[in-house]
Design a protein around this ligand. Structure first.
Ligand code: ATP
Ligand code: MG
Length: 289
């Protein structure tokens, strides 16, 4: 049940084929896990209050996954206890014209939180080495020949490096980043797509284009594996979490978030002694009204 086996911080290589999508092999008891998740949510909410009061570090939680892996519902459940003032959620879709006219980290950097706050990235800078690579979108960029004319390998090696440096830069500026890949199986995705098709209230979540992406499954798996291996570091680790059972995924996500918050160890600021003295006087003043 330990998070460690799902954690990639550059000390071991990810072989995605060997990573479980079905968490039942962990032998966890569902009732117990639901209880633990609830307790984790409470601790996350408490630590988030402290993080805000402390204001020394900022936290980015980043979610990547194939369609229907449960990004949205994970966000909803794991972070539900948090004070909405302390967290912002950003979904990175296909870039707009304005975004495409800038460097790829431009839109990401704008969503880095103020220290003391949390940003949740639903998709992220990694789309630029995932969907872009799978669909060769880089070749159609309106950029100088020296950029678009490079062999793909070189182009993406550079992007991995830019992402590594960006994340290191954030770490050196008092941020932490938790990167999560929800690893769903192709069979489970099919099941969830069918549910989206069959249940009218879920129709809106489905688009026929999702099946075109599904056809490219193997290419995506390779792109994910390469991206994780190129960007997993101690300061910005990846968690490759089994995503076929949502209740267990939520538990693991809550553990990963807690791990980062505990490392930050935020503290309520201590009031200076002279201010504290004033408190006693204020109390007296109120009581004598
Ligand atoms: P949902 O669960 O609601 O489907 P979603 O995150 O899949 O959520 P969509 O609007 O369906 O949201 O998809 C967003 C699309 O934008 C994805 O296909 C994603 O790959 C694409 N996208 C995100 N960033 C980039 C990028 N930098 N370049 C090209 N495409 C991108
Ligand atoms: Mg989608």
């Amino acid at each position: 049940m330990s998070l460690k086996k799902y954690r990639f911080d550059g000390t071991k290589k990810l072989d995605l084929k060997k990573m479980p999508t079905d968490s039942r092999k962990d032998g966890a008891d569902k009732e117990e896990i639901l209880e633990k998740t609830k307790r984790n949510q409470e601790e996350i909410a408490e630590l988030q209050e402290r993080l805000y009061a402390d204001g020394r570090e900022g936290l980015i939680i980043l979610l990547q996954a194939m369609d229907a892996a449960g990004k949205d519902s994970t966000v909803k459940h794991v972070l539900s206890g948090i004070n909405p003032q302390g967290i912002d959620v950003y979904s990175f879709k296909s870039p707009s014209g304005e975004e495409l006219a800038h460097d790829f980290l431009w839109r990401i950097h704008k969503c880095v939180p103020a220290r003391g706050k949390i940003s949740l990235f639903n998709r992220s800078q990694y789309e630029d080495v995932l969907v872009v690579r799978v669909h060769d979108i880089n070749r159609s960029y309106h950029m100088a020949d020296r950029v678009t004319g490079q062999p793909d390998d070189e182009f993406f090696e550079k992007r991995y490096r830019h992402i590594r440096h960006f994340e290191e830069y954030l770490y050196d500026n008092s941020y932490r980043i938790v990167k999560i890949f929800l690893n769903v199986s192709k069979e489970e995705q099919k099941k969830r797509f069918l549910e989206r098709i069959d249940k009218p209230e879920k129709n809106w979540k489905f688009s026929s284009g999702d099946l075109d992406e599904r056809d490219l499954w193997d290419k995506y798996q390779k792109a994910y594996e390469d991206a994780v291996n190129a960007t997993a570091t101690k300061e910005a680790p990846w968690y490759v979490l089994p995503a076929d059972q949502k209740w267990y995924t939520r538990y693991l996500v809550s553990e990963a978030v807690l791990d980062a918050l505990r490392k930050i160890d935020p503290q309520y600021p201590e009031m200076p002694a002279d201010e504290k003295e004033k408190l006693a006087a204020c109390r007296e003043r109120l009581m004598s009204e």
